[in-house]
Write a protein that binds this ligand. Structure first.
Ligand code: UDP
Length: 433
């Protein structure tokens, strides 16, 4: 298949850890790579946020990234991008005129808006291009938890459900999302579930681990935004201290840049002020952005990874921890309900509850055998269920079902015709596997 991935704000080539660069970037990059490895041709369309970026980058055989001019060529918060989705659709229609897709897969609601607009306007192939949607996050859930702090454009309230109803298929990443989608009026019959995966070559239990500054170490990883609940983990430290566990360090990973850049990050300053106020500042280290290749050694150095979000559409970090054989303390919300199995691969805690976090972390720190047992079970679980190849195989099946139901014909462009594009000089030598 020729797959057009649309990911308006989350480029697969971006550095991770900033406010708008996290799981979606990982998902789009890894899924596209795994689909290309399965023999498909994947083009990822993202918004140009830097004038220096070339229009098209060939990443590996079968995988290209196209930067579309839609709004100023600079970084903009994702919540400011809606006015540019018309231009995003223009760019899609133009590129599809050269290289027709078999199926479009949009990521995040705004990409869905652009993809549906482009699919309606595009007529090049003489067939309807089916649009598959992955939301990654839902505005209704976000508003429920963030209230007035939600900076999403007002239009999201009606545009997001209408994207869900208009697309040919929705791929939800967890069972909780399925219920939310149905509440938005999206028919359950067109929703399929495929989780995110984890890079099992990079994230492994075997390999070096970072040194520690204290006897115990807990780690929290994610974009530095309030809803990730790092403050709740900091609040659990004095409670652990009262329980006799004061030789514990908390390493916080994430932020707009390296640890030096955190001085100007309001969330980093808030977290450090809180640690100071609670008398645990010497136990907390904010690392800033950590490159992916350094993440496994950091995760392996932990007794436990704590994920305490208010809500979580999926949450790749627990999978990465499990793949490294480290137990996870996770709030029982969203995707974490599916991925972390309570008392088998980690411990569930109620959301927004530092006492419960302290109790769960305390139990793990007191019991090395429990840590080993949960870590090993977590590793087995991700290896059997969450490889990107398996996720790509499921996604491919959903594309195929969608194509069959929408097109009911075998007349669509397929990767078999790509020799023609090579001959025209449209695809570079070496692009076809
Ligand atoms: N991440 C990273 N470096 C950082 C911060 C985060 O590589 O400094 C990665 C992390 O390992 C994970 C992703 O960013 O792969 C975050 O994904 P998750 O689904 O947990 O959260 P999201 O960002 O989607 O809310």
């Amino acid at each position: 298949m020729k797959i057009a991935m649309v990911s308006e704000h989350a480029s697969p080539l971006a550095a991770l850890g900033g406010v708008d660069a996290g799981g979606q970037n990982v998902h789009v990059a890894a899924l596209s790579t795994a689909l290309a490895e399965r023999g498909h041709r994947v083009t990822v369309y993202t918004r140009r946020d830097d004038p220096e970026l070339p229009h098209r980058i060939y990443v590996r055989p079968g995988l290209a990234v196209v930067h579309i001019d839609a709004g100023p060529a600079e970084h903009l918060p994702k919540d400011d991008l809606l006015p540019f989705m018309g231009a995003m659709a223009d760019g899609l229609v133009e590129d599809w005129g050269n290289y027709p897709p078999s199926v479009v897969h949009a990521h995040f609601w705004m990409s869905g808006v652009a993809a549906l607009d482009a699919a309606r306007r595009y007529s090049g192939g003489g067939y309807p291009v089916p649009v598959v949607q992955t939301f990654h996050a839902l505005g209704t859930v976000k508003r429920r938890h963030q209230g007035a702090q939600d900076t999403s454009p007002a239009e999201r309230q009606w545009l997001e459900p209408s994207v869900g109803r208009a697309v040919d298929r929705v791929i939800a990443t967890c069972s909780d999302e399925l219920f939310e989608l149905r509440a938005l009026g999206v028919s359950g019959s067109k929703v399929s579930i495929a989780p995110c995966g984890v890079d099992l070559d990079l994230f492994r239990a075997e390999g070096p681990a970072e040194g520690r500054a204290r006897r115990h170490r807990i780690v929290s990883v994610g974009r530095l935004v309030p809803r990730k609940g790092v403050d709740l983990v900091i609040r659990s430290l004095p409670l652990l201290g009262t329980a006799g566990l004061d030789d514990v360090e908390l390493i916080v990973v994430g932020g707009a840049g390296t640890s030096d850049a955190l001085d100007s990050d309001p969330e980093a300053r808030r977290l450090l002020a809180l640690a100071d106020e609670l008398g645990v500042a010497d136990q907390v280290t904010l690392r800033g952005q950590v490159p992916r290749e350094n993440m496994p050694a950091l995760l392996r150095s932990a007794d436990a990874i704590v994920c305490a979000p208010w809500y979580e559409p999926f949450g790749i970090v627990p999978l990465e921890a499990m793949a490294c054989g480290v137990p996870v303390v996770a709030a029982a919300v969203g995707g974490l309900i599916d991925t972390v199995v309570d008392r088998a691969t980690g411990l569930h805690v109620p959301p927004m509850n530092p006492q419960a976090i302290a109790a769960a972390v305390g139990e793990l720190l007191h019991d090395p055998q429990l840590r080993v047992r949960l870590g090993q079970a977590g590793q087995a679980r991700v290896r059997s269920r969450y490889s990107w190849d398996r996720v790509a195989a499921e996604t491919e099946k959903f594309y195929q079902t969608t194509l069959n139901s929408v097109l009911n014909c075998a007349d669509m462009p397929s990767a078999d015709q790509d020799g023609e594009y090579l001959d025209k000089g449209y695809l570079p030598e070496g692009y076809l596997p």
